[in-house]
Structure formats: structure tokens, C-alpha cells
Design a protein. Structure first.
Length: 262
């Protein structure tokens, strides 16, 4: 765990059950997925920004964690603006590119929509520990223990993959086989990492089976996963954000149910 991760888990949101964070993210995202309009996304984004202060992230940590979202949102909007469905006055038209009043409106709505959906998910899950999430999924949601523990073990191996890749790179460089042919080097290292991962996975599966992780009996858990008032409060906040965003869009007459008949 890095220092950045340690700081991120000191806020109020960090103590809330990860299942509630997953549920709150879903409550915010589902209504925004069903519509494509700037009002609902803008209202949701404004309400979310007011709550980010309680996540326990400094401004630097916030930008470090969310910069891919800020990069993806304008790129997505640019694609819609250039190649989206044209309507209204056409400003630019060249080959397959057609920038119109309608495509610009869709681009603005898409930009806000991406931010409103992605930012709360990223900020909430920065404070999630994989073990706590596995405990919550098994004890609160009652997912199968074998599935949860297998996914947790696989997630814990992600950090080892990065260390293995770095070690393979240093080993090849020490042997003098990493100076030329970047594509060939990448393919060779990827195959070596695949073989190493299969071997490690087999050993891990055997070790977990020997310790009774696959036993067909009722499983006990070392750490109880509780779901109380703070968790219900976070879910209520997520539902309130969605409700206010939808109500604002309907009141403004911009609600656009994208799954409805055209």
C-alpha cells in the first residue's frame, strides 16, 4: 500500500462499507446512463463536487486519481462533436466531419455525463480496500465465497505482475537482450510473464485448496462486515443526487430517454 493510499483511507467515506460505495455509485450512474442531456449531468456533477470534500482526499490526490477521467471526457466530447448526429445549423462540414448545433449540444452533454458518472466512482473506490470489499460482497450481498475469494486472490496478484514485469526487464537487460527490437522484446516478456502467472496461479490454487477455501461447508469470516446507518446514509445520498438530477432535467424539458422510441 502506498502513502497515497494510506492518506486516502483516513476520510469519513473510508470507514463506510465498500458495498454501500458500490451501491451509491450505481444509483448515481444508472439514471445518467438512461438519458443524454446536459441538465441532469450538470446537476449531478455539482452535487457530487460538494461531497468530494468528505472523501479524505487532498486536491493533489484528487487530481492524481482522476486525471484519466478529465482526459477521457473531452476526447469523448470531441468525437461526438465531429462525428455525432447532425441537426440544426451546420457550422463545419468536410468529408465525414460535420459539426452542427445538435452535435455540439450532444458533445456538451456527453462531456458532463462522463464526468458525473466516472468521478464519484473513482473517488469512492480510492478508499476501498480489496479485502474489505470481499468481506462485504460475501457477508452483505451473500455472493458465493469461492467466487469472492478467488477474485480477491487474483486482485492481490496485480501488484506482483508489475513487480515481475520490472524484474524480467532488468534480467533481460543484464543479459544484453533488451537493446533492440521493442516489439519482439515486449512479446517475449509478455509470454514469460504469462508462463510465470500460470505457475503462480496453480500454486496459489493448490495452497488455497489445502487450507480449506473450497470446502462445501458454511464459511466463517475473520472480520465481520457491518452495514449500518452510515452505509444507508450514503445510499440515500446517492439516490437523492439521482432524483434531483432527473427532476431538474424533467422540469427543464431536456430529459432525453435514450432507450425510448426514436
Amino acid at each position: 500500500m502506498t502513502l497515497l493510499d494510506t492518506r486516502a483511507r483516513t476520510g469519513r467515506v473510508a470507514r463506510i462499507n465498500p458495498v454501500a460505495k458500490l451501491g451509491a455509485s450505481a444509483l448515481i450512474a444508472i439514471p445518467l446512463i438512461l438519458t443524454l442531456d446536459p441538465v441532469s449531468a450538470a446537476v449531478a456533477l455539482a452535487l457530487e463536487c460538494a461531497l468530494f470534500a468528505f472523501a479524505g482526499l487532498t486536491w493533489r490526490e484528487f487530481w492524481v486519481r482522476t486525471w484519466p477521467v478529465w482526459l477521457a471526457a473531452p476526447l469523448t466530447a470531441l468525437t461526438i462533436a465531429l462525428y455525432g448526429e447532425a441537426s440544426g445549423h451546420v457550422y463545419v462540414e468536410w468529408f465525414v466531419v460535420r459539426v452542427s448545433e445538435g452535435s455540439l449540444a450532444l458533445a456538451a452533454a456527453t462531456f458532463l455525463r462522463v464526468l458525473a458518472i466516472a468521478l464519484p466512482s473513482v473517488v469512492l473506490f480510492v478508499t476501498v480496500d480489496p479485502t474489505d470489499l470481499a468481506d462485504g460482497l460475501a457477508q452483505v450481498v451473500h455472493l458465493p465465497a469461492r467466487f469472492v475469494l478467488g477474485a480477491l486472490a487474483g486482485l492481490r496478484m496485480v501488484g506482483l505482475f508489475l513487480d515481475d514485469w520490472h524484474a524480467l526487464e532488468l534480467a533481460r537487460r543484464a543479459r544484453g537482450v533488451a537493446d533492440r527490437g521493442r516489439v519482439r522484446r515486449f512479446v517475449g516478456m509478455a509470454f514469460a510473464l504469462l508462463v510465470l502467472s500460470i505457475r503462480r496461479g496453480s500454486k496459489l490454487a493448490t495452497a488455497m485448496e489445502a487450507r480449506g477455501f473450497g470446502a462445501p461447508v458454511r464459511r466463517t469470516w475473520a472480520r465481520p462486515s457491518r452495514f449500518g446507518a452510515p452505509e444507508w446514509g450514503l445510499l440515500l445520498i446517492g439516490a437523492a443526487i439521482s432524483g434531483l438530477a432527473v427532476a431538474a432535467a424533467v422540469a427543464a424539458g431536456t430529459w432525453n430517454f435514450i432507450l425510448g422510441p426514436s
